[in-house]
Write a protein that binds this ligand. Sequence first.
Ligand code: BGP
Length: 467
Amino acid sequence: MTRLPDDFIFGGATAAYQAEGATDIDGKGRVAWDTYLAQEGRFSGNPASDFYHRYPIDLELSQKFGINGIRISIAWSRIFPEGFGKVNQKGVNFYHDLIDECHRRGIEPFVTLHHFDTPEVLFDKGDFLNRETIEHFVNYARFCFDEYGDKVRYWITFNEILSVSAGQYLLGKFPPKEQFQTDKMIQSMHNMMVAHAKTVVEFKNKNLKGEIGIIHILEQRYAYDEQSVLDKKAAQTDDVIANRFLLDLTFLGYPTELTETTIDAVLQLNNFSYTVLEDDRDILKKAAALNDFLGVNYYQSTFVKYYDGENLIQLNGTGDKGTSIYAFKGIGEYKFDMDIPRTDWDWLIYPKGLYDMLIRISEDYPNYRKIYITENGMGYKDIFENEEIDDQPRIDYIREHLKAVGEAIEKGVVIKGYFLWSLMDVFSWANGYNKRYGLFYVDFETQQRYPKKSAYWFKKLSEQKIL
Ligand code: BGP
């Protein structure tokens, strides 16, 4: 039996672009996704879950179902339509109202400043590859601290720097849809970390009463064949790119020797390099001691086999099981033929990977203060029948991952809460509307909400805290 702590947060996660809809009203500026999704023609960020208008309903439901924390993100381009300069008061007011409503319902808002949605004006000038974006981000963050600082206790600078940088420049699944541009990927990760560091220092200088942290997607890499030296090396290299580089910069302020040599080797495969300024080192070092918490997003782990063929990527964006391919020349290939269950989107269901990751963070970065699991959940093709949704596989998924969290807590890792991705069904960046994650089913035509079986289960769990 696993018992979760009494003060544990049972939360639900959302993100502005995936939940709000209303992408082009009340003065909101465009983001690159608006243009990109229209060009791709598969689906759009409208209506999403129409959270912009329906958040009171979602918060009422949340309260009824025992949820005491919510992740929301502020859409930068609702506040500054161009990313800087002129302020859009309607956008500012919207987040006041949303945050106030969270508090009225007894639900603690954890507010992210950037969840994949740089304003298009800045995106078109190079996004975070352009160092001016760093300064614009810090100014936007400062504005939010001044505006909402008296009522937001938990701030998050960035959601998943890896997903942004790799999605944009390695995997080609985010605009501008480039692949294997590892120099841009690493530079973007570095620059976003500098923006994070500057923002943390800015926040601390203001002596606000809240806390600030960052969210990383942290998923273990294992060697496909534990006996193979090459597979082990492949897993290690992939792990440095995906996990260690960002954790080092977050908690040490500089890359360790292993990280540095691995990143250099990856870049040298294409005669690439990246730029680090002297000031970057100072600010990263300073911020490394100031993070109040780390957000861990975890969905799956990855088994890596050494690979020396041509670069190859095929995204499973439809839930057609068995269609994912990822193979990076000179590094590794992701394997799926182990005896491990996986979702229709080929995500390996492996709770042990979460446990291993939590232990590892606590051992490798003992200056972390506390962890929140800020995203975990199962993409599933929910079936709506007689206004009921039986999502037992999702319940099993959550239970097993929460057990892993409980075991890590027993081993002394400080973990203060869990946010299910997602609170209600939302729009999925690469999959649109058929990959559902929510506790509350959303009929995207009528925008009606229906609690799934998992919502009833989660409510009981939040009351009893026993798994
Ligand atoms: C995380 C993102 C979320 C959400 C989730 C599920 O990486 O922070 O925004 O999208 O993944 O991903 P997907 O919708 O691709 O299944």
